[in-house]
Design a protein around this ligand. Structure first.
Ligand code: ZN
Length: 310
């Protein structure tokens, strides 16, 4: 088990992208600033995809321009193609994230091109990232199962990961896009990548769609993963799409890791405060649980509840 874990906050991108009501740019900036004040340093801040495809993230450049930069802070963004990569670099993104799906059908549904075409296009992104000195990351969606194809072979995940490694990525993320990961699959896939890619960090990106996110984190830790992607409050999914649910919740993850004696460098109380504040911004509750119950040793006043016998 690692003694410290690095958390990448994906709430501003994955957590918001499917929300139908536009979240004001100033609120997106304030969200990142507040999370930075709670100690977070790694953010997936937005996405340089077509504003027509994802109108919620049309303000990516303004968000990057507005966030207060701290030492050691990384604001990464998703880039689908060379044009997106150039726009992201012009907007001072600290890292570019390429993304492809491990399953062919999901890749076509997601970006309207085959995996082969996606991977071929990444060569241009890698070239511009290398010449401009911007770190590159690679994300693999549907890495634990595909909603259209079912089981995804580990060999497909390894194949894409090796391709990313050849392009010079500094980290590979396994995305559990629709919450199909199980502890067995997590152990298998993390071990397979660690065997193939040696020291290249593997980040795990879970959704709590089937209530498995934290148990999958435990399996990932056991297999040697030390990077996890999560969203404040468990943001994510679309409130109008039945079955689509949120990312692994950042403050629930931090609560769990601290109870396991694993350092994150994060202030749990400040994260809980931020989740509460953002529920107010959205005008809707979020699915995180520690924000409701408090940390396990938070003392409650004895006058908060009446005793059963009165
Ligand atoms: Zn996701």
């Amino acid at each position: 088990m690692p003694s410290t874990v690095e958390i990448v906050e994906v709430g501003p991108r994955d957590g918001l992208q499917a929300r139908p009501d536009f979240v004001a740019t100033r609120d997106k900036i304030a969200l990142i600033d507040r999370l930075a004040a709670a100690g977070l340093r790694h953010f997936e801040a937005s996405s340089f995809v077509s504003p027509r495809a994802v109108p919620q993230l049309a303000d990516a450049a303004e968000v990057l321009a507005g966030v207060t930069r701290h030492d050691g802070m990384t604001l990464s963004v998703l880039v689908p193609n060379l044009r997106g990569a150039e726009a992201a670099i012009a907007a001072r993104a600290d890292a570019l994230v390429m993304f492809a799906s491990a399953s062919e059908t999901h890749n076509i549904k997601n970006v309207n091109r085959s995996r082969a075409d996606s991977l071929a296009g990444f060569r241009d992104i890698a070239e511009v990232a290398r010449t401009r000195g911007v770190p590159l990351h690679g994300a693999i969606a549907t890495a634990f199962g595909c909603p259209f194809e079912g089981e995804v072979p580990v060999s497909e995940v390894v194949r894409i990961a090796c391709y990313y490694a050849d392009l010079g990525v500094r980290r590979i993320t396994l995305g559990d896009t629709t919450g199909m990961a199980t502890p067995r699959l997590v152990r298998e896939r993390v071990r397979a990548l660690r065997t193939q890619l040696l020291d290249l960090p593997v980040a795990l990106h879970f959704h709590n769609t089937r209530g498995m996110a934290l148990v999958n984190v435990a399996a990932g830790l056991e297999a040697g993963a030390a990077h996890f992607e999560s969203a404040i409050g468990g943001l994510g999914g679309c409130p109008f799409a039945p079955g689509a649910t949120g990312n692994l919740c950042t403050e629930d993850l931090v609560h769990f890791l601290h109870e396991e004696g694993i350092e994150t460098g994060l202030d749990l109380d400040a994260l809980i405060e931020t989740a509460r504040w953002f529920e107010g911004v959205l005008g809707a509750p979020l699915p995180g649980q520690v924000v409701r119950a408090g940390p396990r040793l938070a003392r409650r006043g004895t006058d908060e509840v009446a005793t059963a016998t009165g």
